[in-house]
Design a protein around this ligand. Structure first.
Ligand code: PMP
Length: 427
């Protein structure tokens, strides 16, 4: 085995891929693994098995959805059962009712829901709903928050948009760009000034920022957003595509005790199959077609396979100790990493919450996107590469999060820690 998880089979596939796909991939962050991505043959639990015959401990987990690990037996069983009953009907199926009821039961601010197919679609729709509900045009988002790959979201976006230096994408009409106001995360005075000056339909925020590495809301930031949006009659939209069902069954809103007007969901609620959703107060969701005049439709909306996988996933979250196991894994991994870095005298910041963390080198605090961009991402990348060589896959980009799952038991974590010791000693 040579470079990272890669070898000759991955290299050959990569050569083919470069002829077929822009930059060799179908989603940019995948090309951040150098010199080329490893190709995966199969997965199970906390592990990916590459076509080159290597086993990797996976802390990327599909960039968040696989909170039970790969191929949880119950989810697999439910997906297979649904496959055998058909996977697209073009008319409603009972499983969409079951999943909706579960989400609404757990998510404090949700009364009604619309299922779509990705987080991108969910935030695009939530913003349209905010404009439809208020009759206003502008939205406010935060520098480095990532809400998916649509025109409104790709203004000062984090995640791969930052990694590949296109925080604001080419191809976005100026007329749309001009409807997006930007504030720094954790800066309430900017939010207040903007709400006072402009007619803002909605403020969209990642309640915990997971697309600039991990950045936590400062005390009272979310509460301040709630109060300010209320007093300026603007909607508060929590983008819980990452945090929904990860910070707990009630998401970030339950964790912090703040109820938004609308919530966007994705990732975990589809159990690893494509999904997105907008949930919120009934009077707002009812503005959607066919009951209202804010249009949304989708051939694959509420497709039975994603519904079955999502329902099975939430059932497991309700009855197994996934939250404890995943949190313990993150705690043990990140605490050991901190000790090792301190011992070496390396300056760093490590942000952590529940089953998510990220480390930033060369900086003493990271509370917003500007500070995150000052971190030494070369050292982070070097750590990623060395970890990969040792059999541990953490995100290749500084602007993603290291996730744990219910499959990251103590034996998996102990192996991770052994690799980390070696990597940091040689860093
Ligand atoms: N919102 C957030 C907070 C996200 O992290 C992401 C994806 N990482 C999205 C929206 C977009 O979701 P999708 O990739 O499913 O379109």
């Amino acid at each position: 085995m040579d470079q990272g998880g890669c070898s000759v089979l991955s290299e050959n596939l990569w050569k083919e891929a470069l002829k077929l796909f822009a930059g060799g991939v179908n989603s940019p962050v995948r090309a951040a693994v150098k010199p080329y991505p490893f190709y995966v043959d199969r997965s199970e639990g906390a592990f990916l098995y590459t076509v080159d015959g290597k086993r990797l401990i996976d802390y990327v987990l599909g960039y968040g959805p696989l909170f039970l690990g790969h191929r949880h037996p119950y989810v697999e069983k439910k997906i297979i059962e649904q496959v055998q009953k058909g996977w697209l009907y073009g008319t409603p199926s009972p499983v969409e009712i079951k999943l909706a009821e579960k989400i609404i039961r757990h998510l404090p601010s949700a009364q009604k829901i619309r299922f779509v197919n990705s987080g991108t679609e969910a935030t695009m729709l939530a913003l349209r709903l905010a404009r439809g509900y208020t009759g206003r045009e502008k939205i406010l988002k935060f520098n480095g928050n990532y809400h998916g790959a649509h025109d409104y979201g790709l203004v000062e976006a984090g995640s791969a948009a930052t990694e590949f230096n296109v925080s604001t994408s080419n191809g976005i009409p100026l007329s749309i760009r001009n409807t997006v106001e930007i504030c720094e995360y954790n800066d309430l005075s900017c939010v207040e000034k903007t709400l006072k000056k402009e007619d803002i339909a909605g403020v969209i925020v990642e309640p915990v920022m997971g697309n600039m590495g991990l950045i936590l809301p400062e005390k009272d930031f979310l509460k301040g957003l709630r109060e300010l949006t209320k007093s300026y009659n603007s909607l508060l939209i929590f983008d819980e595509v990452i945090t929904g069902f990860r910070l707990g069954l009630s998401g970030a809103q339950g964790y912090f005790g703040i109820n938004p007007d609308l919530t966007t969901l994705g990732k975990i609620i589809g159990g690893g199959l494509p999904i997105g959703a907008v949930a919120g107060r009934a009077e707002i969701i009812d503005l959607l077609t066919p009951s209202g005049k804010v249009f949304n439709a989708g051939t694959f909306n509420a497709n039975p396979l994603s519904m079955a996988a999502g329902l099975a996933t939430i059932e497991v979250l309700e009855r197994e100790k996934v939250y404890d196991t995943a949190k313990e894994a993150t705690k043990a991994f990140s605490e050991e990493l901190s000790i090792l870095l301190e011992r070496k005298g390396i300056t760093f910041t490590l942000n952590r919450i529940e089953s998510m963390f990220q480390v930033f080198f060369g900086v003493k605090k990271v509370t917003n996107a500007t500070e995150a961009k000052q971190a030494d991402k070369n050292t982070y990348f070097k750590m990623h590469q060395r970890m990969l060589e040792g059999g541990v896959f953490i995100p290749p980009s500084q602007f993603e999060v290291i996730f744990s799952s219910g499959a990251h038991n103590s034996s998996v974590v102990n192996t991770t820690i052994e690799v980390t010791r070696k990597v940091i000693n040689e860093l």
